[in-house]
Ligand binder design. Structure first.
Ligand SMILES: [Zn+2]
Length: 508
């Protein structure tokens, strides 16, 4: 039977390094007159992303415990064992089963015990550990964003650039710099497009082939092979904003960020934008011909006679393929051209939403917002005192548990405690949902202006949008469109109506 120590550090946090945990373990061992006979370090492993099974030293530790070789286990804190609540409870029960004496080496870490109340406490702690892990993940993401904004390039480096490492004030800094030889080729590509002598990217590819210009494939600073230029390579270079010095990146859950790099641009913003304008027409004609008519408003148009949705249909008109929305009942004579109705709706939407901003409808929305916000706040208050009440009850029961020596009573109290814990988390979830809802309602007054602004921007860049994006936009702004042989009635999703939807959810 031995004393051992387990350490784990995740990739991004210095303060919990394996070295520090080791120091703490030896300090505690000295104090308790124990001798550490084996150590199990899992460095640079995020317990949020890597499951228990993939932590080699944890696995070895658990194998040794199974073989009965471990009596005392020194660990810095609970969160070193696991970050996910379920994994934590799994490890806790495993340690309990083998009666391993766990000693935490961090100050203030509540001791681990295998009594029923102890186990109940661990259930609570498992939740806390997981939540902390999530917050740390968010902090790391935020620090990635701030690094990004501080112009420390992250991600795949495009053709013509490489990363230059240098040490400044004892810190390794990574800078993106031009690769001589390659960067001139990238600049030539932009010049070729701007000259407008080439009709397609494929022609540029052939031009490069004729010059026997090859594309070097570099891995870890070494040219691993050379091959012909492909249309996709050319397209990637011409559409990447880094060539005008801008790096645009999307961070999960936080949206899009832009950083500008000095001294790496090879084209001006104007040149880059001109190329973006020319690019769509330089994708080979054959590919363009294959393009089908895209129906962006399917499911939003209805026949005014039978109220059924109109069906999308390709029709031949004077030898040209034309997109139509039609009622399946031919007698209703209810049909409209796809191009015509979609343009009309967008035009009307633009006017509608900007008029709404002008018409000071904000007063109305504000009144609506404040009454609903009040209602929600009342609900939140009730729930929060309910949570408080349950927590008090838990403390009371735990106290009763500690005072009684009657085993059957202890079992009964444990059941009650666990039930209370479950109830509290249910109320907590409800509470969180109301908080989210309140934020939505609070954001309401900004909605018409936002919609008008977004719409104006969207309409300007319509050509570059993906069909799915356009479909989503229609669903965002249009409630329904009634089509009769004589007229088209558009009902927009009014922010007022949208918020009413939100509140029906609250009432139920
Ligand atoms: Zn009909």
């Amino acid at each position: 039977m031995r004393t051992v120590a387990y350490y784990r550090s995740s990739t991004n946090l210095q303060e919990h390094s394996v070295e520090m945990q080791k120091t703490m373990a030896f300090k505690t061992a000295r104090e308790k007159l124990l001798v550490i006979e084996d150590q199990y370090p899992d460095p640079f492993i995020s317990a949020r992303q890597v499951t228990m099974k993939d932590r080699p030293e944890l696995k070895r530790l658990m194998d040794d415990i199974k073989k009965g070789r471990v009596q005392n286990l020194l660990v810095y804190k609970r969160d070193r064992l696991a970050r996910l609540a379920t994994e934590y409870m799994h490890i806790y029960r495993f340690l309990k089963e083998h009666q391993v004496n766990v000693i935490f080496t961090a100050d203030n870490e509540h001791p681990l015990s295998y009594t029923a109340v102890g186990e109940f406490f661990e259930v609570l702690m498992a939740g806390v550990i997981q939540r902390e892990g999530e917050q740390i993940a968010k902090r790391i993401r935020d620090s990635k964003i701030s690094k990004f904004l501080a112009k420390q390039y992250a991600g795949k480096v495009p053709f013509g650039y490489h990363i230059n490492k240098h040490v400044k004030e004892n810190e390794v800094q990574e800078r993106i710099v031009q690769t001589p030889g390659d960067i001139e080729i990238a600049r030539e590509l932009y010049d070729l497009v701007l000259s407008q002598h080439f009709e397609s990217l494929n022609e540029i590819k052939k031009y490069f082939d004729r010059q026997e210009l090859s594309r070097k494939v570099v891995k870890k600073g070494q040219v691993v092979k050379e091959r012909n230029w492909e249309v996709a390579d050319i397209y990637n270079i011409l559409s990447n904003p880094l060539y005008m010095g801008k790096h645009i990146m999307t961070f999960e859950g936080a949206g899009e960020f832009e950083a500008t790099y000095e001294g790496i641009a090879i084209v001006t913003v104007e040149e880059w934008e001109k190329v973006q304008e020319l690019l769509p027409n330089m994708i080979t004609k054959r590919e363009r011909d294959k393009e089908k008519i895209v129906y962006h408003m399917e499911g939003l148009l209805f026949c005014s006679v039978c109220k059924e949705p109109l069906i999308a249909k390709d029709r031949m008109r004077q030898g040209v393929n034309v997109g139509m929305y039609e009622c399946t009942h031919e007698a209703h004579n209810c049909k409209v051209r796809q191009e015509h109705v979609e343009t009309l709706v967008l035009e009307r939407a633009k006017t509608f939403f900007s008029t709404m901003v002008m018409a000071n409808i904000n007063d109305l929305i504000e009144r609506y917002r404040s009454t609903n916000a009040e209602r929600l706040q009342r609900q939140i208050k009730t729930l929060s005192s309910e949570i408080e009440e349950r927590k008090n009850q838990m403390v009371k029961r735990a106290d009763q548990y500690l005072r009684t020596s009657d085993t059957s009573k202890k079992g009964e109290l444990t059941d009650k405690l666990l039930k209370l814990y479950e109830q509290t988390s249910t109320v907590q979830k409800e509470y969180d949902a109301f908080i989210d809802l309140l934020a939505e309602v609070e954001a309401l007054s900004a909605r018409p202006k936002q919609l008008a602004d977004n719409l104006a921007e969207f309409l300007e860049t319509m050509q570059e949008r993906e069909p799915d994006e356009i479909r989503l936009l229609f669903r965002d702004i249009v409630a329904c469109v009634d089509v009769s042989p004589k007229c088209i009635d558009i009902t927009f999703k009014h922010p007022y109506v949208v918020s009413k939807d939100v509140l029906t959810d609250v009432a139920t």
